[in-house]
Design a binder for this molecule. Sequence first.
Ligand SMILES: NC(=O)c1ccc[n+]([C@@H]2O[C@H](COP(=O)([O-])OP(=O)(O)OC[C@H]3O[C@@H](n4cnc5c(N)ncnc54)[C@H](OP(=O)(O)O)[C@@H]3O)[C@@H](O)[C@H]2O)c1
Length: 196
Amino acid sequence: MNRINQLNQENPKKEFKMSAIAAADLIWAIGRGNDLIYRISADLKRFRRLTLGRTVVMGHNTLLSLPGQKPLEGRTNIVLTRDTNLKIPGAVTVHSLRGFFDFAQAAADTEEIKEIEEIFVIGGESVYRQLLPYCGQAYITRIYAGELDADRFFPDLDSDPHWSGEAESEPAEEKGIGYRYFRYTNSAPLRPGEAL
Ligand SMILES: NC(=O)c1ccc[n+]([C@@H]2O[C@H](COP(=O)([O-])OP(=O)(O)OC[C@H]3O[C@@H](n4cnc5c(N)ncnc54)[C@H](OP(=O)(O)O)[C@@H]3O)[C@@H](O)[C@H]2O)c1
């Protein structure tokens, strides 16, 4: 056994799982003008319930789209930005995918952050595209509309052979907007930090 394998066996890395969560319409639109397109209060409550007490990772634009441009309460917030001078009270900033995975792995290994076992990737488009290959599942609220003026999109999981989706709820409606919860599973997620 070489030295690195021996060290890895002596100090096995703690695992953490990654899941994406998003609300996308029939053409997978998720945003417009750095804001959400649809606001379904039942869905926002479900998002809160699923992510509360967990870790969330988001892009800087998504942070700026949140109420008060502030991190989400009750969750460990990680924000991706290339601005190394940016300080965000209540959030950890990381400056690359490698920086994100190093931080997450160190936090898991040292158990510094208890809620690191599941990290939710909460957007936006650029972060979904980069981190979806590492996610084992995606909680997708499918909104039965198609916003032609959208400028941000989630990757089309229905035409990705790695992903398969199942409905988790019956169709529902709020203020005339139909929606339904789906859970998609990735048959071959990358390991954290793989293939960077
Ligand atoms: N429907 C939904 O479920 C949902 C969820 C979340 C967001 N959204 C929507 O999505 C839109 C925002 O998406 P977006 O694609 O414009 O922005 P984003 O992914 O939220 O943020 C992009 C920014 O994140 C930073 N970043 C991304 N990758 C990085 C990397 N590898 N290393 C370092 N920094 C990195 C950069 O910040 P700097 O510019 O600071 O360097 C980049 O400009 C909004 O309309 C929002 O409302 C929708």
